[in-house]
Design a protein around this ligand. Structure first.
Ligand SMILES: [Fe+2]
Ligand SMILES: [Fe+2]
Length: 197
């Protein structure tokens, strides 16, 4: 029911960032469930899954810094329409507000730790590189600036993960990250030839 409502909402959101559409929300949900399964912590799955599906529900490509608050507000509206219990709405909003490094806040909820890692893992590896270029293209960024941004994302993913499972997963995808870094180095070298003239 919630997935359908999110799908419908996003289908009408013309300015939604190309990297934050339903496919991203569904992959983050899958990552989160995998992390939750392996972590020995208390998890409210209703809160976790709802927060994953809603965390970027209003992310216009030209208002990246505001996307957490925008998404929280739209999420609240959707949840109220779907008649979610009031206390669950509050918990889910708290988790959504703790998911992003755009608006750094202390992460206090287990579900937020899991969402944070699931979301950051989406930003690395092959999928991450495709998403970053889609998003940068929409925002009119140069290739060079995109490479810089991507490297920063990788650093965040490596240094800020919250769960033991997330940290283990990033080690496993380090190999994939090497492939991505090699590609970015090649790309930078190819571009630098054009700057030498
Ligand atoms: Fe986000
Ligand atoms: Fe996200």
């Amino acid at each position: 029911m919630l997935e359908e409502r999110v799908r419908e909402t996003l289908s009408k959101a013309e300015k939604q960032s190309a990297a934050h559409k339903l496919d991203h929300l569904l992959r983050v949900t899958k990552n989160a469930l995998e992390i939750a399964k392996r972590e020995a912590i208390d998890v409210d799955y209703f809160v976790l899954i709802s927060a994953c599906l809603l965390h970027d529900v209003d992310s216009p490509y030209d208002r990246k810094k505001e996307h957490v608050e925008l998404s929280a507000r739209k999420a609240e509206k959707i949840m109220n329409e779907l008649k979610f219990p009031k206390e669950k709405v509050e918990e889910i909003l708290k988790v959504i507000r703790q998911h992003s490094t755009e608006t750094p806040v202390e992460i206090t909820e287990n579900e937020a730790r899991i969402l944070f890692d699931a979301d950051k893992l989406e930003g690395v590896g092959a999928i991450g590189i495709a998403r970053v270029f889609m998003s940068a293209g929409q925002r009119g960024m140069s290739i060079e600036k995109t490479i810089e941004w991507y490297k920063k994302k990788m650093e965040i993913a490596e240094n800020m993960l919250q769960t033991e499972t997330g940290k283990k997963m990033i080690k496993m995808i380090k190999e994939k990250m090497k492939m991505v870094l090699n590609f970015l180095d090649r790309l930078e070298r190819a571009l630098s030839k054009y700057h030498q003239a």
